[in-house]
Design a protein around this ligand. Sequence first.
Ligand code: SER
Length: 315
Amino acid sequence: MSKIIVIGASGQIGSDLTLELRNRFGSDNVLASDIKNATDEVTSGGPFETLDVMDEKKVSDTLNKHNIDTVYLLAAMLSGSAEKNPKKAWDLNMKSLLSLLDMAKDGIIKKLFWPSSIAVFGPTTPKKNTPQLTIMEPSTVYGISKLAGERWCEYYFKKYGVDVRGVRYPGLISYKTEAGGGTTDYAVEIFYEAIRHSRYECFLEENTTLPMMFMPDAINATIDLVEAPAEKVKIRSSYNLSAVSFSPKELAGEIKKHIPEFTISYKPDFRQQIAESWPGSINDDEARKDWGWKYEYDLEKMTDIMLREIKKKLG
Ligand code: SER
């Protein structure tokens, strides 16, 4: 049985991923770690260690101490926050990846999952059904760090045989842990505000269509890719991944079906420009072909579950 660590287990993806990994592989085999406190579900359901991913020595000591062979590296600064703190974002997003790639190269770990993003694309990329291989000129520091990271992953695979795998996540929607600092975060905030106040002021314009995905799909994709036989993983930079695409207006319309009095207004901020630089939909033929990826949740199903679960959570 492999021993797994999730670095960034308190974040939006990490909290859900930790629970599902424990579900599949047993609580004792999945160590959760983060610089911040995690949710009660994460800390009470299995081992947790406070860990700063920038502290290379502590990271390698932790991996050795727990005999870890598989790392899910999710600590990162997202697009909106990164624009406010470019150097810090570059430092965090790059140093953490390079140090884990080196640990894999040195045989301390066997497998590394690292998330890329639709942010690797830029204003010159074809916007619709964006292919795996295309023009990539990201205009955000987050996107630049993700594209550079992808190149490093492929380099370590080709040069040193490091087993590294990744996906380009679209905007992720979930109810366990709120997102923080991203451009697609509106699609999470909107649900909380709809339930709390029946209204939402959106920081993107009404027709800004972006690729999105419900968290259970993202978690399945992640674990399926990491568990796939190595020979099936043909792309070692990062796979395109796609589920649904919608605009704030379309999401608001879907919420209105459940909460008729819900209203939305629009006050675009600096994140509008970021959103406009990203594709509206993604072609994920490669992931489907190579390791059998297929999404399950559409906008309707996702909205229904989000509203139900957040209502429960807010009491
Ligand atoms: N969801 C991320 C963001 O908005 C993109 O990967 O920053």
